[in-house]
Design a protein around this ligand. Structure first.
Ligand code: SF4
Length: 891
């Protein structure tokens, strides 16, 4: 098998024990490995290997000089410490100046640090009238203010950046240590100068191949997804060849990595159970904070800062690393979840959760954990970041994190990095003094995202890397993705934080088109030299926008390739399993199963009734803003109940004065709102807090208006009436199905007839009472309870007060009522026949429910407000039906 490195390039230096310096860590590691293997086979005696990245060697030289007293004592700040300092300066500056707000202060801090580093590596920070150049553009003015604060802070903490340290090395006497430098890409000017000052430099140049010797294969794709999917297929086929190593180089690593990883997982079948078995080595690894174990730990810690969103709360409750409610769910735990979600709250606090746990699931470990967390106030005040590190450790111990009994090997590797992350947090104490709880958690999250987690994978796995990491390595095959115009080479660009005059004066590489082109050209030649077969690809469309190929490959021909979906492995494995259709699943025994909603659901869709009333699936309530439709309906129902409970007849209503009635209505509104709030309190949340005071007042005023209008309407009814029943419960046995019914109100007219009234927030049309599948069967069901019932009516509780009645001469409307035959559009000529038809239709529906008829056959508007579409897949059924119909029409 070939080694990753051609050691002969380095052999003469290594044999003489000369130090070899590389641009990055990866190449240094590969040289050490290759040379160790080579020497063990040829000369199994102990030997020294001196290979290091350039920056590590120079930093060590600086530290040695400081320790020897040749340079003044200073603290060399790490990249993370510098970024944290910039971040702190920028946040404080923005809040103090109040001039603009940054959506991503961290990203701005990283850009500011990069700009300052660039200035330093070109020696720009040393020019005498530096800040004079920054006064002409707004971004530069702001950056100059931040940079001066950065300099002040650095002085205060006696700190030095990497490039300041290199500058200081030039003050030491020159040395002539023999050193071999692998020189690509070009080093920053200050790095090169410092290196030359301290050593006798020999240069190792990378092997290059001109296109005449080894021509890359160019592949052209329709879209970015097509391109990445094809690279994954290629990697999979290469991995099947014995002893072959291949690499995918992503020219835009940051953007394409996640999508490529998905395609690779799909190709290697590592999306689910074998998630950790992907034989691919990603050079950048995964930020530790994105791993499920640390992501959930962060959610748990943040819960003490503020309530969690519903999705975060659910993620924590389901996390295998925490003893949440749903890691091993009991019916009581599910009750807590259901109640929290039914409350409509958008964010869930620790107090709310504890309140419900105490009431419904007091034996869960989560309750004891929440009590321990809430009673401990150690998160208050400010502490050093090292102290916050200890606090994080103790908090996670209270949470028993990571409580999973058997962590797999990848999870163990991740857990091993926990101490590293706390050390990284503690190291920030050098630049940031005492911090608050919130700031400490933000900094820990940043530390977690700075730590790349790279699971240990087989040595010769497929590699995915950025453009510079592939330099000097050798592969059987290399695929370079994303060779687009503007990316390879990069388009020249100015740094917005630095004045153009300075960037031009120092000839920054990012501004120099010919140098960028030469750099990319050389990169391509180096890649071709290191690989037996090199594929370079590009795409023509990205999110609907046309993209051009890089000028470096535009001359090569390539055929267009499209269509990664569906993946070929799906087609290969496609199998259809025949299943017998379950026509129906009868109920084992007759039992009381619900109220009128059961028959309504059976009428609108058998499947819906089966799922809701037989399987009894509970749907989690959605987030609510203001009052929900159900809460508004309950309020008005409650007010009407309270008022008619006191009045009991039209005569009594006509007898009381307007002002007294208004007082009663206002009292009814207050009582109804208080009851709703008390019910919410019992469920563990404050309705008043959720809807807000203004919304509360508005709803109260609206309810008073609506009910006042309705009382005037009741006064005007032509036939005097007495209210004989208010929300009284009755049992009905219909074809063996026992239902519990609760009519809103039953009135007795002065001639002894009775009518049943149902309050609605919006009134349906009369037609929904009729037909073999009445869509609103609630009132027809009530007529089966009492033979004296001779009419039904909806009372829509809106400002537009109009009864929707069905019956003969009920006196509910101002206009003369039509005959029953006209009202039912000929479906029934008189009341008795209408009731008989209802009885027959409702009995049929009851029998269908008992027999388990669960066909997906919804009535016209049934699916509109139904949450079961993911279960019944009605859309897929409709699509299939539509395409069959179109095919038939075509034939
Ligand atoms: S979405 Fe339509 S078809 Fe599906 S269960 Fe609901 S009502 Fe029935």
């Amino acid at each position: 098998m070939r080694r990753n490195i051609d050691v002969h390039q380095f052999e003469s230096f290594l044999k003489k024990d000369h130090m070899i310096l590389t641009p990055g860590k990866r190449l240094a590691r590969e040289i050490v490995e290759a040379w160790t293997t080579h020497r063990q086979t040829t000369q199994p005696v102990a030997f020294r290997i001196l290979v290091e990245p350039v920056d590590a060697w120079l930093e060590r030289a600086w530290i040695n000089a400081v320790e020897d007293g040749r340079l003044p004592l200073q603290r060399l700040l790490s990249t993370e410490q510098q970024a944290a300092l910039w971040d702190d300066i920028i946040r404080k500056d923005v809040s103090r100046n109040n001039s603009f707000s940054l959506t991503q202060p961290r990203a701005t801090a990283i850009r500011a640090k990069a700009a300052w580093d660039k200035l330093s590596m070109y020696g720009g920070s040393e020019i005498s009238d530096l800040w004079r150049h920054f006064q002409f553009e707004e971004d530069c003015v702001v950056f100059a203010r931040w940079a001066r604060k950065f300099q002040d802070q650095m002085q205060k903490i006696n700190g030095a950046t990497r490039y300041q340290a290199y500058e200081q090395l030039l003050s030491l006497p020159a040395e002539s240590t023999p050193i071999a430098l692998y020189e690509f890409p070009e080093l920053p000017p200050i790095t090169r100068t410092a290196l030359e000052h301290l050593s006798e430099l020999a240069v190792i140049t990378p092997k290059i191949t001109s296109h005449d010797d080894r021509v890359p294969i160019v592949r052209r794709f329709a879209t970015r997804e097509d391109e990445l999917a094809a690279a994954a297929v290629w990697a999979h086929s290469m991995s099947a060849l014995p002893d072959k190593r291949s690499a995918i180089v992503l020219l835009d690593l940051e953007r394409d990595r996640a999508q490529l990883e998905y395609f690779l997982r799909a190709q290697f079948d590592c999306l689910d159970a074998q998630y950790n078995d992907l034989p691919v080595n990603f050079s950048t690894g995964m930020p530790l904070g994105m791993t499920p174990m640390f992501r959930d730990a962060m959610i748990a810690l943040q819960w003490e800062l503020r309530p969690l969103s519903r999705s975060d709360w659910l993620a924590l409750m389901r996390s295998p690393f925490f003893p949440g409610l749903l890691s091993n769910p009991s019916p009581n735990a599910l009750e807590v979840v259901e109640r929290l979600f039914r409350s409509g709250i958008t964010e869930i606090s620790m107090d709310q959760t504890l309140h419900l746990l105490t009431r419904y699931a007091s034996d869960t470990p989560l309750k004891a954990i929440l009590i321990a967390l809430l009673s401990d106030k150690s998160h208050r005040g400010k502490k050093t970041l090292s102290a916050w590190g200890q606090w994080i450790r103790s908090r996670l111990q209270i949470w028993r994190w990571p409580c999973r009994a058997s962590l797999d090997s990848i999870e163990y590797q991740q857990l091993d990095r926990f101490d590293v992350s706390l050390d990284a947090l503690g190291a920030l104490s050098a630049v940031l003094p005492i911090q608050t709880h919130e700031a400490a958690l933000t900094l820990w999250r940043q530390s977690l995202s700075n730590i790349a987690f790279q699971p240990k994978t087989p040595h010769d796995s497929i590699r995915v890397m950025g453009p510079l990491e592939a330099i000097g390595l050798e592969f059987e095959g290399m695929w370079i993705c994303g060779a687009q115009q503007g990316v390879f080479p990069r388009a020249p660009r100015l740094d917005a934080f630095l004045p153009a005059s300075i960037q031009k004066r120092f000839d920054f590489q990012e501004l120099n088109g010919p140098r960028l082109l030469a750099h990319s050209q050389k990169l391509l030649e180096i890649w071709c030299a290191g690989s037996t077969e090199t594929v370079v690809s590009y795409h023509e469309l990205d999110r609907g926008l046309p993209r051009q190929p890089s000028g470096l490959i535009a001359g090569f021909e390539g055929t267009i390739e499209t269509g990664w979906f569906p993946p070929s492995r799906w087609l290969a494995l496609r199998q259809v399993e025949e299943m017998a259709v379950d026509e129906r699943v009868p109920m084992a025994a007759q039992q009381s199963t619900g109220g009128s909603g059961l028959i309504r659901d059976q009428a609108s869709c058998g499947f819906k009734a089966f799922i809701k009333h037989r399987i009894k699936v509970t749907l989690l309530g959605s987030e609510a803003f203001g009052f929900t439709a159900i809460e508004r309906g309950l309020l008005l129902h409650e007010m009407m109940f309270y008022l008619w409970h006191g009045l009991s007849s039209q005569a009594a209503l006509l007898d009381i004065a307007e002002t007294v009635l208004l007082e009663r209505i206002e009292r009814a509104a207050m009582t109804a709102l208080n009851k709703l709030e008390a019910d919410a309190e019992r469920s563990g949340f404050s309705l008043r807090a959720r809807v807000g005071e203004s919304c509360w007042q508005l709803e109260q005023a609206f309810c008073i208006d609506v009910v006042t209008a309705w009382m005037n309407q009741e006064r005007d009814r032509k036939i005097p009436f007495t209210v004989v029943s208010l929300e009284e419960e009755s049992a009905l046995n219909i074809s063996g199905l026992k239902l519990t019914l609760r009519p809103d109100r039953i009135d007795r007219l002065e001639d002894g007839r009775r009518i049943v009234i149902d309050y609605k927030s919006t009134a349906p049309a009369k037609s929904r009472w009729l037909g073999p599948r009445p869509q609103e069967p609630q009132l027809p069901l009530y007529t089966l309870l009492d033979q004296k019932l001779k009419g039904i009516a909806f009372a829509p509780l809106t400002r537009d007060t109009q009864f929707i009645p069905l019956g003969n001469d009920l006196g509910l409307t101002q206009t003369p009522e039509k005959s029953l035959s006209q009202q039912t559009k000929g479906w029934a000529e008189d009341w008795d026949k209408l009731v008989a038809k209802w009885a027959s239709a409702l009995e049929e529906l009851a029998r269908a429910f008992l027999a388990g008829v669960a066909s997906i056959d919804p009535s016209p508007s049934a699916c509109q407000h139904c949450d079961l579409q993911p279960v019944c897949r009605i859309e897929q059924i409709r699509r299939t039906q539509r395409s069959s119909a179109e095919n038939e029409a075509f034939e």
